[in-house]
Design a protein around this ligand. Sequence first.
Ligand SMILES: Nc1ncnc2c1ncn2[C@@H]1O[C@H](COP(=O)(O)OP(=O)(O)O)[C@@H](O)[C@H]1O
Length: 178
Amino acid sequence: MVRTSPVVVITGTPGTGKSTHAQLLAAESPIPLKHINVGEIVKERGLYTDYDEEWQSYTVDEDKLLDELEPLASEGGIILDWHTCDMFPERWIDLVIVLRCNHTRLWERLEKRGYSLKKIQENNEAEIMNVILDEARESYQPEIIVELQSDASEDLQSNVDRITAWIRAWLKDQDQRG
Ligand SMILES: Nc1ncnc2c1ncn2[C@@H]1O[C@H](COP(=O)(O)OP(=O)(O)O)[C@@H](O)[C@H]1O
């Protein structure tokens, strides 16, 4: 089944601005895009095997999660907002946005969110080490990966403008394919 609307992944270290971008993109997209906050779905629908107290995070049941997302992805017209991206089958994905944030700002955001020091350090280290960008590069073709800086609020609008421009081009390309 050929998708008539794209599947856009917005990924990045926690705190880089995934949900903020996803919400604005869903509001400004030229076609309806459903914002799927994957972390919320995992919690709400019990798509996990256990909860890791130390890291304050759920151990995701990958098979259950992919079964849950498969119909949405094949339909298209969704934004997959998650702090990891290597789990999604390549055939699902049309565009991968990797958000980046200056690690000092990221530290402040995660502190404000009330993360434990251990969790702040772990995520800060991941951002400095380009962990999510490397993960995206190992999982998808380079031409569908776009790295966007998300430090200041003006970045938000310019990033979403770039993504909506990409969506328009994708739609035109689909029309031409017939
Ligand atoms: N580009 C940006 N400029 C300034 N603040 C931002 C930006 N993107 C996100 N934020 C702020 O950073 C915090 C984390 O954003 P959020 O979207 O929840 O991140 P994530 O979903 O990646 O964990 C929020 O307080 C949000 O308002």
